[in-house]
Design a protein around this ligand. Structure first.
Ligand code: GLC
Ligand code: CA
Length: 513
């Protein structure tokens, strides 16, 4: 069986770049597009297939780029459109695909659309945002905004109405019930498709359809940010129209939706009948503790919700919104074992820049806290060199360096074949060479308590992945004739599997003969 007709994104590993934190080339302490371009060869060496770049569009940066004031231009902080074109061309020349971040639920309050909309009740763009009558003391419903305990509504004194914002007051929600909004946002997709991007990561895309009655949520849910609760059927027809648009371009462009809710069955619905999102983030596994039972439950929930739809899963351990798994799981041994877990599952893995270095979150002194959502720690700059400035130029970067930046710099870890960086590289190379790991079926194997073991099989290729979540040795036969292909601690690779998995160790085993 060949997989020639399988879309590229099913067997790809995607690497997320938070552009502010990747590499600064002009000495202002903020990463830029040129910083990404200069390190493309490193990403090729590492072995990822695609990059997703978090927003680099014009923005007042209240939410560090997720508040867009022009969807079709690059913020001068990051460079120019010409810099983007050069980056895209150089990535494609190396066989790397490029996904960009599309933010359809809200704009910046400085976007000309909102400036116009809030200028008067009779503005031609008034209907592009969500306005409600009322009095300044009583928001229209009990929806809560993200990043605070405040309502998702701000009173506009000039025009005497409330406007809706599921995030910051500086991020007013677009009203997708207005056809002109949908048309304008489709135009922004076409703009980047025509430039040649390979797809989009779609920010909180499950929020573009809302119940037009905007009903309050039940009292016991009123403390949860409403963005985590929203689900409405109008989202699905909108996703189908976006899918049609994206699919009408040549070259298998992909839509990866952020469906930021804590329920995998809700995530699954956003794949539609293979006519909505190609891929959707599924965060419950990201929030799983380092425990075999918790991971098994979430893997089973994912399979149970997605498999009947023939929907292809995604797996993610870290991103720019959450503490890194290295920090959450508390040790490098676990971070390494988690890498084997992530890259051994069936679906498309997303890596977050820096996890391959085993970076922990930076400790942010109170005077340097920037993000209203408390997410600075995982956004610390990437150290490239062990030398002062870590390859970023002279100025202090926008956030403090992560712990052990000298030892964990890219150059230091590249020089050490036993490092976590080399573990990621070996895993990515193995995945690329193994149809079973890339696309194979998944089947649990019997394993002792504290251990998860599964088989991946594709035609003649067969791999076994075993993860010991416990702090003691585990003994598991699994099956006979297995060779250790990868060990999370690097020990015993190439040798026959002897039936033992160390504490917080993970293995990829393959039929030896
Ligand atoms: C998504 C982004 C997050 C951002 C929010 C609002 O959850 O990942 O960083 O703050 O949407 O755009
Ligand atoms: Ca810069």
């Amino acid at each position: 069986m060949t997989h020639a007709d399988t879309p590229w994104w099913k067997s790809a590993v995607v690497y997320q770049i938070y552009p502010r934190s990747f590499c600064d080339t002009n000495g202002d302490g903020v990463g830029d597009l040129e910083g990404i371009r200069r390190h493309l060869d490193h990403l090729v060496w590492l072995g990822v297939d695609a990059i997703w770049i978090s927003p680099f569009f014009r923005s007042p940066m209240k939410d560090y780029g997720y508040d867009v004031s022009d969807y079709c231009d690059v913020d001068p902080l990051f460079g120019t459109l010409a810099d983007f074109d050069r980056l895209l061309g150089d990535a494609h020349a190396r066989g790397l695909r490029v996904l960009i971040d599309w933010v359809p639920n809200h704009t910046s309050d400085e976007h000309p659309w909102f400036v116009e909309a809030r200028s008067s009740r009779s503005s031609s763009k008034r209907s592009w945002y969500v306005w409600r009558d009322g009095t300044p003391d009583r928001p229209p419903n009990n929806w809560r905004a993200a990043f605070s305990a405040d309502p998702a509504w701000t009173w506009d004194a000039k025009t005497q109405q409330w406007y809706l914002h599921l995030f910051l007051p500086e991020q007013p929600d677009l009203d997708w019930d207005e056809p002109a909004v949908e048309a304008a946002m489709h135009e922004t997709l076409r703009f980047w498709l025509a430039r040649g991007v390979d797809g989009f990561r779609m920010d909180v895309v499950h929020c573009i359809g809302k119940d037009p009655a905007l009903p309050s949520v039940a009292a016991e849910r009123a403390r949860i940010p409403y963005c985590a609760l929203n689900e409405h059927e109008s989202t699905h027809e909108r996703l189908r129209r976006i899918r049609e648009l994206v699919d009408s371009w040549p070259g298998e462009r992909v839509m990866v939706g952020e469906v930021a809710v804590p329920w995998t069955d809700v995530v699954a619905r956003h794949y539609g009948e293979n006519d909505e999102l190609h891929l959707a983030f599924n965060f419950p596994p990201l929030f799983a503790p380092w425990e075999a039972a918790a991971w098994r439950e979430r893997i089973d929930q994912t399979r149970g919700a997605l498999d009947p739809r023939e929907a292809w899963p995604t797996w993610v351990l870290s991103n720019h919104d959450n503490r890194r798994h290295r920090t959450r799981y508390g040790s490098e041994a676990r971070a390494r074992a988690a890498a084997v877990l992530l890259l051994g599952l069936r679906g498309t893995p997303f890596l977050y820049a820096g996890e391959e270095l085993g970076l922990e979150d930076a400790v942010i002194p109170p005077a340097r806290v920037l993000d209203p959502g408390g997410r600075d720690g995982c956004r610390a700059p990437l150290p490239w060199e062990p030398t002062p400035g870590h390859g970023w130029g002279a100025r202090e970067p926008w956030l403090p360096w992560p712990p052990d930046a000298v030892q964990r710099s890219v150059a230091a870890l590249r020089a050490d074949p036993a490092s976590i960086l080399h573990l990621y590289r070996r895993l990515l190379a193995l995945r690329r060479s193994s149809p079973a790991l890339r696309l194979g079926e998944f089947r649990w194997l019997d394993a002792p308590a504290g251990v998860l073991a599964w088989e991946r099989r594709c035609a003649g290729d067969r791999c076994v992945v075993a993860v010991n979540f416990s702090d003691t040795d585990a003994h598991a036969v699994l099956t006979t004739g297995l060779r250790v292909e990868i060990a999370s601690d690097g020990l015993g690779e190439g040798a026959p599997y002897a039936g033992r998995i160390g504490p917080d160790q993970a293995l990829v085993l393959r039929t030896g003969l």
